[in-house]
Write a protein that binds this ligand. Structure first.
Ligand code: PLP
Length: 376
């Protein structure tokens, strides 16, 4: 089937793989080995990758902590900041449409005594500055708002939120897993203190990520041991993965301007033709402030499960979580006020580097046929 689930994960780019391979075999050294060439060359490779990751988000190398992915980065950001803060800073502000790695980390902290404000997004998925302003308290430690949503692609007003947080002396964390590599992300412009990244969303390998930690942002490590990564994340570095992540960031930065336009054209074409030729389809989320390669469509009057089963020529997702036998509609769409049956009949199409015009044409045709058949 045609792969249109790039927001779930991306294939490793051939150029990335090629760069990674030697670091599994002949150059297998431990980047923490200080006594021989094997260690030195691994440390150099990690330093180079760190520079590439930092560059993609406008950070300095010293501010990048390598992790196992965005789940770990989000956990380290929230739990680490909470643990390092004093008893007078126990309040965190976040949004109901965040990724589970943020929401569940918040829930974990709630059990430890944190107070969490969960803001609701508007029906178009956006939150506004006033909501955050009103939620701020003297004991607020941190605000966590994702850069771009994985299900609907909506891009939050990150620079405005960052400026507000800075003016109020509150840390600002953003999960930029879906934004980095697709749109311009800059930790200075956006006034971000903590930012989560994952390599496998930008054509790097799975199981590698990073947390940007601005100088002066106090965190307590969540993994203790050999004091790697400035003591914030112990554990032998995944050198091949980190090398791949660095290369992936370099490629993403180089291709972003053209890819952004190419994918937006294809996404818009997909959306426009489906909306014009298939009745009762609606787009979920704000249409302007959105990632260029994501669209989330609801098909009225179609059974959601039957719809996804019938899409056998495309690989798409409905963002729903399967809990044993129960298929729950997406909590993101529900939070936007989409009714359950419509949320079930919603499909996320996410395009990427290897999506072609022919694939989009075939997808449009397939969607037309499937929906017509199910509605008949
Ligand atoms: N945050 C967002 C917004 C995501 O889309 C994902 C991907 O599933 C994650 C976090 C988790 O990233 P990882 O798979 O690297 O743990």
């Amino acid at each position: 089937p045609i792969y249109l689930d790039y927001n779930a994960t991306t294939p490793v780019d051939q150029h990335v793989l090629k760069e990674m391979l030697p670091w599994f075999t002949e150059r297998f050294g431990n980047a923490a080995s200080r006594t021989h060439l094997y260690g030195w060359e691994a440390a150099d490779a990690v330093a180079d990758a760190r520079q590439q990751v930092a560059k993609l988000i406008g950070a300095t190398e010293k501010e990048i902590i390598f992790t196992s992915g965005a789940t770990e980065s989000n956990n380290l950001a929230l739990k680490g900041a909470y643990e390092a803060a004093g008893a007078e800073r126990r309040h965190i502000i976040t949004v109901v449409t965040e990724h589970k790695a943020v929401l569940d980390a918040c829930q974990h902290l709630e059990a430890l005594g944190a107070e969490i404000t969960y803001l609701t997004a508007a029906p178009d998925g956006l939150i506004n500055l006033r909501q955050i302003e009103q939620a701020l308290r003297p004991d607020t430690l941190l605000v966590s708002v994702m850069y771009a949503n994985n299900e609907i692609g909506v891009i939050q007003p990150i620079a405005d939120i960052g400026a507000l947080c800075r003016a109020n002396g509150v840390f600002f964390h953003t999960d930029a897993t879906q934004a980095a590599g697709k749109i311009t992300v800059g930790v200075e412009y956006d006034c971000v203190d903590l930012l989560s990244l994952s390599a496998h969303k930008l054509y790097g390998p799975k199981g590698v990520g990073a947390l940007f930690v601005r100088k002066g942002t106090n965190l307590t490590a969540q993994l203790d041991g050999g004091r790697h990564e400035r003591g914030l994340r112990s554990g032998t570095l995944n050198v091949p993965g980190i090398v791949g992540f660095g290369k992936a960031c370099r490629l993403a930065a180089a291709t972003m301007p053209t890819e952004r336009e190419r994918l937006k054209t294809l996404r818009d074409q997909l959306e426009k033709e489906i909306l014009e030729t298939v009745a009762d389809v609606r787009i979920n989320g704000n249409q302007e402030k959105r990632l260029p390669q994501t669209t989330n469509l609801s098909f009225e009057g179609v059974d959601g499960e039957a719809l996804l089963m019938a899409f056998n020529r495309i690989a798409v997702s409905n963002g729903s979580a399967c809990t044993s036998a129960l298929v729950e509609p997406s909590y993101v769409l529900k939070a936007l006020g989409v009714p359950d049956d419509l949320a079930h009949a919603s499909v996320r199409f996410s395009l990427g580097r290897f999506t072609t015009e022919e694939e989009i044409a075939e997808t449009i045709q397939h969607v037309q046929e499937v929906v017509a058949r199910l509605r008949a």
